[in-house]
Design a protein around this ligand. Structure first.
Ligand code: PLP
Length: 417
């Protein structure tokens, strides 16, 4: 707003642009970056320090241990690369596979699709199962392909644990069971960008070899860290792998990390934030964090049902507890709902991506979130939908969530995970 001219409509290149209310704050209900707890935000605000100082490991070494706790592993190596989840994907491919290696992958949403694209660009020979969006990892198809692979040419089996574009969660343990049943030695590589720290994920128990995550979702930090866990089994195979890697080299990282240092300038302020976010997670208790996500997701789903709308995820067992993709009626463009929510009600909802652009909008319900925030998201979505001509009853979704919440406070599962 100009002090001299007041709040005039903004014009860019001759085109009037809608402007938001400047009072209050904008509700953030996208599935990442997520809302950052105040204690984490304050922890990020540190003076810069010498990353080569002899005591730098006092800050960083406990972070590896904390991330291992969140990933539920006692033996994996943890890597903290400057980057985002995409860099984590790349580190997995570049360190563990060679051009021409066969890998088994599936796509059923924007993110699983992009990982396939990356593997192909790296020259891997991808056995690609294309699945209808709204479904998840095709376990039966995976079993059949692996069963036929008598000579174990398939070196890696990839899976997206939580497809953020469609709100679909897949059963990772079941993939491990297939591999074990068949005695197949392929590495199990999992995208946990929107699941780690928010959904039940068990690296050791499920025999996961690589788990890729990022800082801006369940870890409730700004974007900037690729957070990757790698099993010892996978680490042993890296010497045989032959793709070039420098910035994302596991070897270079491992060597420097032994003393808590890094092979190049690390994102120090994010490490301070990560320390605070791990403390935040463990003070609530990881089990309680997961239970809270389930409870809040159930409230969102109750709201969607009350609106008479459907989720993109086809079956209840596929429903994600971190993000819901809501299908809008055929004659409505979901992008209009997003714009209305943003400009009129200061509410950021998640866009429909790629194949489901215009067809769904998403409510991200992960990270630093509570009941009243869910009510805010549902209430704002209702107003925006009504403004855009969706025939829902105002207050119906909010009331459904409220009925789930009232008189039914969340019980802590146990004191600490
Ligand atoms: C499931 C999933 N995988 C990978 C990515 C890519 O991560 P980034 O955007 O941090 O590179 C995302 C981003 O939203 C995601 O949701």
């Amino acid at each position: 707003m100009s002090i001299i001219h007041g709040n005039q409509p903004k014009v860019v290149k001759g085109i009037p642009v809608q402007t938001k209310n400047t009072s209050g704050y904008t509700g953030l209900f996208i599935p990442g970056p997520t809302n950052i707890p105040d204690c984490v935000r304050m922890a990020l605000n540190v003076s810069m320090q010498d990353m080569r100082a002899p005591d730098f490991g006092e800050l960083t070494l406990p972070l590896f241990a904390g991330v291992m706790r969140v990933m539920r592993t006692e033996t994996a190596e943890v890597f903290l690369f400057p980057g985002s989840g995409t860099a984590g994907w790349e580190s997995c491919i570049a360190n563990l596979f060679s051009a021409g290696d066969r890998v088994l992958m599936s796509s059923f949403g924007q993110f699983s699709m992009l990982w396939v694209d990356m593997a192909q660009r790296f020259g891997l020979e991808v056995e690609h199962c294309e699945v209808e969006w709204g479904l998840g990892v095709p376990h039966q198809h995976y079993r059949e392909i692996l069963q036929q692979d008598k000579h174990h040419r398939i070196k890696g089996v990839f899976a997206c644990h939580n497809e953020t574009a469609t709100g679909v969660v897949s059963d990772i343990r079941a993939i491990r069971e297939i591999l074990d049943d068949l005695g197949h030695p392929a590495l199990l590589c999992v995208d946990g960008v929107s699941s780690v720290g928010s959904l039940d994920f068990r690296m050791d128990e499920w025999g996961v070899d690589v788990i890729v995550s990022g800082s801006q979702k369940g870890f409730m930090l700004p974007t900037g860290l690729a957070i990757v866990g790698v099993s010892q089994r996978a680490m042993e195979r890296r010497t045989a792998a032959g793709l070039p890697r420098t910035f994302l080299s596991f070897d270079d990282m491992l060597k420097a990390n032994a003393t808590g240092h890094f092979p190049y300038t690390p994102a120090t302020s994010l490490f301070h934030g990560l320390r605070a976010s791990l403390e935040f997670i463990f003070s609530e208790g990881l089990e309680n964090v997961l239970a809270r996500h389930t409870r809040l997701a159930e409230a969102v789903r109750a709201g969607v049902q009350a609106w008479g709308l459907e989720l993109c995820a086809r079956e209840p067992e596929l429903y994600s507890d971190t993000v819901s993709a809501i299908v809008v009626p055929d004659h409505i463009d979901s992008a209009e709902i997003l714009k209305t929510a943003y400009y009129r009600y200061n509410l950021s909802l998640g866009a429909g991506l790629s194949k489901v652009a215009g067809k769904v909008f998403r409510i991200g319900h992960l990270g630093n979130l509570n009941e009243i925030m869910v009510i805010q998201a549902l209430g704002g979505a209702e107003m925006a939908m009504r403004d855009c001509g969706v025939d829902i009853e105002l207050g119906s979704g909010v009331a459904a969530a409220q009925s789930l919440f009232i008189g039914n406070p969340q019980q802590p599962v146990r004191k600490a995970a």
